[in-house]
Ligand binder design. Structure first.
Ligand SMILES: Cc1cc2nc3c(=O)[nH]c(=O)nc-3n(C[C@H](O)[C@H](O)[C@H](O)COP(=O)(O)OP(=O)(O)OC[C@H]3O[C@@H](n4cnc5c(N)ncnc54)[C@H](O)[C@@H]3O)c2cc1C
Length: 401
């Protein structure tokens, strides 16, 4: 029980490969993209996921690359501040261990920990998967047939391993009623270092975040049905239709969008499953339990789940079914809390009515009252779970053998 095929080199995939290697396994990663991606969107990062990357020796680099946002500012049509809050509450609640960085940068750092020791096949994917008594036989689109003891799907919200093992996506995907689009531009003005700006109209939110190297990131979150356009041109057209008459910097930002070659565009969804494993196949990260961007913690959860899954496999001495059961038992209620928190927050991100927007802004204004922000976000920001120290346990087992 040594060889493990991991589908996906995002966040969960390289994290899992690292901890599996530590536990004595032989992981292989297959990643559909031809290379690691760059750019994309930024993520807030804190809590136990942050602690685990510190154990992996990555935290100095994460903080060097990352941003330390000091203010979230909501602006009106004219660009004037109507509400907002300083982010000291997050620093206080996390003892300063809170950073914002590109998801692709975190992925690259995690991958850097395994790139020299783990076989990685880029530009390929699993197209067939058959569980046998002693192994899983997979067909890779380009590299042909291979056999592994276990297969783990770390291939994100639209996981192929989930589809091949558990069936169609629609059984598990819960659409939260919004879609998200993100792109980057160079040379945009104005710049507001370390401030997250948000502009809202009913059912539509547009965010702007100043990046290093004269880059700027734009985030659209809007009320949407599930049938989203698939081509870049159709996606841009939808955004133009939705934001074209908006105030603030909407016109300028749509001008930048017209020139963009890359646009991240997807529904805001969660994944809810009865089980995260079947036989020799298990899921981790967004593939198993996507909490959505509204939780602001999906990457950290992917890292935590990768650590627990590898730890339980390492401790199981070949009893993979027991390891998968323990992995789920440890994390299910914790992840469920995070999913419920994101669902509660959905309406506040892009309220659907003017009254809703006004009410949201009033609540945000009230964050200035000492203690209130802490009360409002404290519950969702906390990680109410203790993780086992699997390495210490393994040493104990060796000592008593
Ligand atoms: C706009 C936005 C903002 C977000 N903000 C935050 C935030 O503030 N904080 C936070 O912690 N999280 C945030 N998230 C969520 C976070 O990005 C995800 O939860 C996290 O990336 C999940 O990691 P993962 O490894 O499970 O999946 P992913 O990061 O999606 O990685 C999946 C990988 O699998 C690959 N892949 C896909 N299909 C296949 C296939 N068939 N075969 C092989 N490889 C495949 C993909 O190319 C990718 O490399 C945000 C998400 C979005 C969309």
């Amino acid at each position: 029980m040594k060889s493990v095929l991991i589908s996906g080199a995002g966040i969960a995939g390289p994290g899992l490969a690292f901890w599996l290697k530590e536990a004595g396994f032989e992981p292989t990663i297959v990643e559909r993209a031809p290379a690691l991606q760059s750019g994309g969107y930024v993520i807030d990062f804190w809590g136990l996921g942050y602690d685990l990357t510190e154990r992996m020796g990555l935290i100095a680099e994460i903080n060097r690359i990352g941003y330390h946002i000091r203010e979230v500012r909501i602006v009106n049509d004219a660009g004037h501040r109507v509400a907002g809050f300083g982010t000291t509450v997050f620093s206080e609640l996390t003892s300063g261990r809170f950073v914002t960085l590109p998801r692709s940068a975190l992925s690259r750092l995690l991958f850097g920990k395994v790139k020299d020791s783990v076989e990685t096949i880029f530009g390929d994917e699993i197209v067939e998967l058959e569980q046998q008594t002693a192994c899983v036989s997979v067909a890779l689109k380009h590299a042909g047939e291979r056999r592994f003891d276990l297969v783990i799907g770390a291939d994100g919200l639209h996981s192929s391993v989930r589809k091949l093992t558990f069936g169609r996506h629609s059984q598990f995907e819960k659409h939260l009623g919004y879609a998200v689009a993100v792109f980057e531009a160079s040379g945009y003005r104005p710049r507001d270092e370390d401030v997250y700006l948000m502009y809202g109209e009913p059912g539509r939110m547009l965010g702007r975040f100043t990046l290093h190297d004269d880059r700027t990131l734009f985030l659209f979150v809007f009320a949407a049905i599930t049938d989203l356009p698939a081509t870049l041109e159709a996606q841009k057209k939808l955004l133009r239709d939705l934001y074209g008459r908006g105030g603030w910097e909407c016109t300028k930002i749509l001008y930048e969008l017209d020139r963009a070659d890359e646009l991240y565009f997807d529904s805001v969804s969660q994944i809810k499953m009865q089980n995260w494993s079947r036989g020799r196949v298990a899921l981790v990260g967004d593939a198993a339990f996507c909490v959505s961007l509204l939780a602001g913690q999906g990457s950290a959860l992917a890292i935590i789940a990768a650590y627990v899954l590898a730890g339980e496999l390492g401790a199981s001495q070949g009893h993979y079914e027991q390891a998968f059961a323990n992995y789920e038992a440890r994390l299910r209620s914790y992840i469920g809390d995070k999913q419920r928190g994101a669902e509660r927050f959905a309406g506040a991100f892009a309220p659907r009515t003017r009254a809703g927007l006004y009410f949201r802004n009033m609540v945000v204004k009230a964050f200035a009252i000492p203690g209130l922000a802490r009360l409002a976000v404290g519950r969702d920001i906390a990680d109410r779970i203790e993780l086992p120290d699997y390495q210490a346990r393994a040493l104990d087992r060796l000592a008593s053998a």
